[in-house]
Design a binder for this molecule. Structure first.
Ligand code: NAD
Length: 386
């Protein structure tokens, strides 16, 4: 029996006794064999589930690393492809500590086609989750070509390789930046996309358009465009989280670094907006909830024919920057030196998501609060300081 199990697991299958089947979904294919008792009568069934292999580009990054854990917890086999342009070894050791083993990893730049092709060739993935991209809005205005080259070339390579190796399903990391400042709130998937305010935002709009065209031309491809609102927080273990290089661009790492004494003070950009306390409003979502949405999207794709569908992923409500700072101080009993500064060019005043489509179609909703996210983010910052 042990040999039998070992052969199947090498081939990417997992053996599941029938009583353990709960939690496995129809997205995995099952074979089942009767198990006989010593007396020759039927005792149970042994199911063999083929686990889907998912190539996770950018899987050593912030959202990617949390998604790797969710994939494994849900019966998928993640294969990480990352060039470590915005990640480092601490995420790998954190993942290993959480999982008890190291996930399969390739150090590769997705814009390098020949190297990337070899990974597809040896792994033959069932699906791809494409996180790999540069993401700093401000930096993108200074280095537009670098951003367009990385974000668009890497997607084009993914698509050519999916065609070449018959990979059917793709989950793409998009962003609420595709909406700009919407006319109506909450913003729906059908809301018009305004002119992008940065090369980063435009690269996401272009990628979405490329994907729509690609799916239209390739009837066997299924794609989910996940429009993230504002991911924050960290894994509750405090072993992985957001790892900004240099000065953080996002609010929560700036708060935690200020609380930890790495930054002298936090500047809140603008308190004269038309919002209740004058500061900008965003829809903050715990990164673990966001990671879980990727699993739900893969499962959804599996039960849908050719498609290219966009989903908003957020809490479905907004919190102001000031509220986030105050909540952090209160929940962690830790002071943060915050000062008001002028507005920052390009900032949208307020945006939050209508998430009803994700609930209805993906059967997904958030389960963690702003307080949970800020506690987890602080635990991660303290872990980094050790
Ligand atoms: P991240 O920088 O932490 O992760 C991206 C990972 O991709 C990094 O590990 C980086 O090393 C890797 N990478 C970049 N270019 C690569 C390439 N050419 N080849 C291989 N690896 C490459 O960013 P994140 O916050 O985890 O974001 C993941 C995705 O989600 C990105 O596409 C980003 O645009 C999108 N997104 C992020 C946010 C956010 O606030 N974090 C919001 C909306 C959308």
């Amino acid at each position: 029996m042990a040999e039998f199990i070992s052969i199947f697991s090498q081939l990417g299958y997992v053996l599941v006794p029938m009583h353990c089947l709960k939690g496995y979904t129809s997205s995995k294919k099952f074979l089942f064999f009767p198990i006989q008792s010593n007396h020759g009568c039927l005792k149970s069934y042994l199911y063999i589930a083929r686990m889907k292999k998912v190539l996770v580009t950018g899987g050593a990054g912030y959202i990617g690393s949390h998604t790797v854990i969710e994939l494994l917890n849900s019966g998928f086999i993640p294969v990480i492809v990352d060039d470590f342009s915005n990640s480092d070894e601490r995420i790998l050791s954190g993942l290993e500590e959480i999982l008890g083993f190291s996930p399969v990893l390739y150090r590769c730049d997705c814009t390098q086609m020949e190297e990337f092709r070899k990974i597809f060739q040896s792994e033959l993935p069932d699906a791809v989750i494409h996180f790999a991209a540069f993401k700093a809005v401000g930096e993108s205005t200074e280095q537009p070509v670098r951003y367009y080259r990385n974000n668009i070339d890497s997607l084009l390579n993914v698509l050519e390789l999916m065609q070449e190796f018959n990979t059917r399903d793709l989950v793409f990391s998009s962003s609420c930046t595709v909406y700009g400042q919407p006319d109506e709130l909450p913003v729906r998937e059908t809301s018009p996309q305004k002119t992008a305010t940065s090369p980063y935002g435009y690269s996401k709009q272009v990628c979405e358009r490329i994907l729509e065209d690609f799916c239209f031309a390739n009837k066997n491809i299924r794609c989910a465009l996940l429009r993230y609102f504002n991911p924050i927080g960290a894994h509750p273990s405090g072993l992985i989280g957001e790892l900004p290089y240099g000065t953080p661009n996002n609010l929560v790492p700036f708060i935690t670094q200020t609380a930890a004494g790495i930054r002298e003070k936090l500047t809140i950009y603008g308190n004269d907006y038309s919002t209740p306390d004058g500061t900008c409003i965003r829809d903050y979502i715990h990164v673990c909830d966001l990671a879980n949405a990727h699993v739900k999207a893969l499962e959804w794709l599996d039960s849908h024919p050719q498609t290219c569908e966009a989903f908003n992923l957020g809490q479905g409500r907004g919190n102001s920057v000031k509220e986030v700072v105050d909540t952090f101080v209160k929940i962690n009993q830790t002071p943060v030196q915050a000062v008001m500064g002028p507005r920052r060019p390009g900032d949208v005043e307020q945006v939050w998501a209508d998430v009803s489509k994700a609930l209805e179609e993906l059967n997904w909703k958030t389960t963690r609060t702003l307080e949970d996210a800020l506690k987890d983010a602080w635990r991660w910052e303290k872990h980094l300081a050790q």
